[in-house]
Write a protein of this length. Structure first.
Length: 43
């Protein structure tokens, strides 16, 4: 069985297909500005 995994941590849960990483890494990368155009929403 093929399972999508995070490219950085290898985590299989909460995987984001568009960026290829888990939500934990996606959040860190977004906060450090490593993903252009992705910002934390606030209103």
């Amino acid at each position: 069985r093929v399972r999508n995994r995070c490219k950085i941590t290898g985590r299989s849960r909460s995987y984001n297909r568009k960026f290829g990483v888990s939500r934990v890494e996606l959040r860190d990368m977004a906060s450090f500005g490593e993903i252009p155009g992705l910002v934390k929403s606030s209103w």
